[in-house]
Design a protein around this ligand. Structure first.
Ligand code: GLN
Length: 286
């Protein structure tokens, strides 16, 4: 990038082209997000700055960022956040980066919670806190408890609760699944547990496999370990009529339905925006 005039427009064009040739799926969007980050502005501001020539120090920061991206570092790690349900969530290598598929679970949760006043919600394996915080943000009287075994993940989740001003209605607890709870009961238990089977790891997108926490992905030998534990333990913490909602991998519908059906009443599978099976709901048998 030496002798040419490197305007914002030219930097965007060059980067888009570069990332496309490297095989990235959204080269234009990524170029915009990363350049805006390097320049310390919003994506939308790039358009009014098209003919501006960023100073050399900004361009050199940008070059470093693009180099890391081309080596596979996720965009969310480079900029430190990811948008989820139109909210910005802080992320780090200690948490799973929020996925659009998980918005399907949140939408269903909000649909179920809508008629309830001050519902009690439990999020198992909260990670970045995207499920817990979004529910608290969208349902103004929801009381949310969010559990994670990783103290580093909980620190990120707390930051996100502060950022979105819901700390008074979200309680964070450290521990393995339901372990930190005693007698509490909930209207809704939500979880996006680790669900990747061991045999799937070699086929995972390297951006996921090499940069995201194994502990947030590894669902045991067959990927179903956490569903078995959730199905066994959830009932004890559900209020009468309460629901458990779990995100699943798109090939796990039948297996997860069977696991929950052994103890609970399983509802219709909910599909994500790509039409893939994504969320299973289960209620206590009355
Ligand atoms: N959806 C994630 C992926 O495919 C996995 C998330 C999880 O294990 N909960 O990369």
């Amino acid at each position: 990038m030496a002798s040419e005039t490197w305007t914002v427009r030219r930097l965007l064009e060059w980067t888009e082209d570069f990332l496309r040739k490297k095989g990235f799926e959204s080269p234009r969007l990524e170029a915009q997000i990363l350049l805006a980050h390097a320049l310390g502005c919003q994506k939308i501001d790039l358009y009014v700055r098209f003919s501006e020539e960023p100073a050399e120090d900004k361009r050199s920061t940008f070059r470093e960022i693009i180099k890391k991206r081309s080596e596979g570092t996720p965009v969310a790690h480079l900029v430190g956040y990811r948008e989820f349900y139109s909210l910005a969530f802080a992320v780090s290598p200690d948490v799973l980066i929020p996925r659009p598929e998980t918005e399907t679970l949140v939408m269903e949760a909000l649909r179920l919670l809508k008629p309830l006043a001050a519902p009690r919600v439990l999020d198992i394996g909260t990670g970045s806190g995207c499920i817990a915080v979004t529910i608290a943000k969208q349902h103004k009287s929801a009381q949310v408890t969010a559990i994670d075994i990783s103290p580093k993940a909980l620190a990120i989740a707390r930051t996100n609760a502060e950022q979105h001003a819901v700390t008074e209605r979200v309680t964070f607890l450290e521990g393995d699944l339901f372990a930190p709870l005693s007698l509490q009961s909930f209207d809704l238990i939500a979880s996006n547990p680790p669900y990747i089977a061991h045999a799937e790891f070699p086929t995972l997108d390297p951006g996921v496999r090499d940069f995201e926490p194994r502990s947030a992905l590894d669902g045991g030998p067959d990927g179903l370990g956490f569903y078995r534990r959730l199905a066994t333990e959830a009932e004890r913490f559900l209020r009468p009529g309460g629901t458990t909602l779990v995100e699943i991998g798109s090939t796990q519908e039948d297996a997860v339905r069977d696991i929950f059906a052994a103890r609970m009443e399983v509802g219709a599978t909910i599909r994500d925006l790509g039409g893939r099976p994504r969320v299973i709901s289960a209620r206590a048998r009355s």
